[in-house]
Design a protein around this ligand. Sequence first.
Ligand code: ADP
Ligand code: TRP
Length: 329
Amino acid sequence: MEIVLSGIRPTGNLHLGNYFGALQNFVKMQYEYKCYFFIADLHSLTTHPTPADLHGNVRTILAEYLACGIDPDVATIFVQSDIPEISELYLLLNMNAYIGELERTTTFKEKIRTQPDNVNAGLLTYPVLQAADILIHKATKVPVGKDQKPHLEITAKYARRFNQLYKVDYFPEPEAFNFGENLVKVPGLDGSAKMGKSAGNGIYLVDEPKVIRKKVMSAVTDTGPTEPNQQMTDGVKNLFTIMTIVSAQDTVAHFKEKYNSCEIRYGDMKKQLAEDIVTYLTPIREKINDIYKDNDYLRKVVNMGSEKARESASKTLREVREIIGFKPF
Ligand code: ADP
Ligand code: TRP
C-alpha cells in the first residue's frame, strides 16, 4: 500500500482553511493509504527557539487532529521528537547535503528576510530534517501546499543522491499528493485569497461562538451592488465562497439571488454565515476541548503512535547504517 506522510509545525491553532484544505482529506485518506501524521516540534524550534509552552502547542494540535476524525487505530499519529531515529537520519543526510543548494532554497531566503536576527543552522538545514521525516518511512505521497514544493524536490533529490552514492535502489522518490478537484481553498475574511494563521484573517476551530460572530461581522465587504448581476468584489466573493463550504445550498442560493437583484443586506448574510459556521464548528470545538483535557487518552494515543512510527523508523535506520557501512563489532 502506498505510504502517505504529513507533518505540521505546532505553532498555532488550526483554522477553517487547514480543516477544509487538509484535515478533511486526511480523514478520508487514512482509510485508503498507510498514513503517518506527525507534529513537527523539532522544526518549530527553527523559528520559535524558546516557545512559551511547547508541550501545550503539541497537545493542541494532537487534540485538534483527533477531534477532526484522525483515528489513531487506523493512521499512525506521532510527535517528531519522540522518534530519535529521525534526528539520526537527519545527521546522516546532512553529510550529503550541500550548503550552496540549501542557501538557494526559496524558503530559506524568505526566512533570512523575516528573521534576520536568528539565521540559525537549523533553518539552513530545515529541508534536510524534512527529508529525514519523509524518507525514514519511505513515504511516496506527501500532501503539502504550494509553499512546500521546494522541500519535496529536495527530498526527492536526496533520495536519488543516496541511491547513487551508495549504489543502491533504496529510497523511493516522494511526490506531492495531489487532491485534484477535491482541493478546497478557503479565502480570508479580509478579502485576501487565502485564510492563514499568520495573516490574522481566519476563524479557528476552537473559536467560541461570540468570537466567530465578531470576526464574521467585521469581514470586508463593499457598499453593495448597484446593477443586476454585478461582478463581486473580493471580500463579497470570499463570503460567498465560505458560505458555499459551510451552509446549505438553498441558503447560498437565497443570498445570491438577493445579490443579483441588488437587494442584499450584507449584515443579514453575515449573521446567517456566522450562525452556520457556529453550527458547523460547535461539535468540533467541544470535542477538541474534551480531548485536550484527557491526559490518559492523549498518552495512550502518543504511545501507540510512537511505537508504530519507531518500528518503521528503526528498520530504515538500521538498513541505512548498513548501506553506508557501519558495522557492529
Ligand atoms: P497556515 O497557512 O495557517 O500557515 P499551513 O501552511 O501550516 O497553514 O498549512 C497546513 C495545511 O493546511 C496545508 O496542507 C495547507 O495547504 C492547508 N491550508 C492552509 N491554509 C489553507 C486555506 N486557506 N485553504 C485551504 N487549505 C489551506
Ligand atoms: N515544513 C512543513 C510546513 O511548514 C512541515 C513539515 C515538516 C512537513 N516535516 C514534514 C510536511 C514532512 C510534510 C512532510 O508546513
